[in-house]
Ligand binder design. Structure first.
Ligand code: 4NP
Length: 157
């Protein structure tokens, strides 16, 4: 089993979007019994909350229901439990580096490094923007998810 954790700031917009979208991709490839997926936030403000309504709506427009997810905060032990701890932007990456126990740094990744042709390294925080921001998040997440799945399939071979 390969275990993947997506991490953003609040765990109500970007990382639950990535969790739902990547789970759907993994299922379509018949790999749901080989890859486990979760998400978390570096911050604690929204712990226990469902994804932002706008993130839910953007996912539903693609046939993906993320309404059942609940936010939690990332913790040190996540670096023991997960093979891939994937930051949505460089700020999340920096915060996670401080949380990461010595010797586990190889598990920490920046999501858009799996989609080098996007021309950006950060999935932008859509919280204070409009619907367009959530659509942009989806496009970036879709592209990086494809690259991540390629990488994990190599691990599984
Ligand atoms: P996320 O978006 O990190 O993609 O879940 C945010 C959600 C909430 C806040 C910031 C970002 N906030 O400051 O409450």
């Amino acid at each position: 089993m390969v275990k993947v954790l997506f991490v953003c700031l609040g765990n109500i917009c970007r990382s639950p979007t990535a969790e739902g979208l990547f789970r759907d991709l993994v299922r379509r490839h018949g790999l749901d019994d080989r890859i486990a997926i979760d998400s978390a936030g570096t911050g604690a403000w929204h712990v226990g909350s469902a994804p932002d309504k706008r993130a839910q709506a953007a996912a539903l427009r693609r046939g993906i229901d993320i309404s059942g997810l609940r936010a939690r905060q990332a913790r040190r032990e996540d670096f023991e439990r997960f093979d891939y701890v994937i930051a949505m932007d460089r700020e999340n990456h920096r915060d996670l580096r401080h949380l990461c126990p010595p010797g586990r740094e190889d598990r920490l990744h920046l999501f858009l490094d799996f989609a080098p042709d996007t021309g950006t390294r950060d999935v932008p925080d859509p919280y204070y923007g409009g619907r367009q921001g959530f659509e942009h998040v989806h496009d970036l997440v879709e592209r990086a998810s494809a690259g991540l799945l390629d990488r994990i399939r190599q691990d599984l071979e």
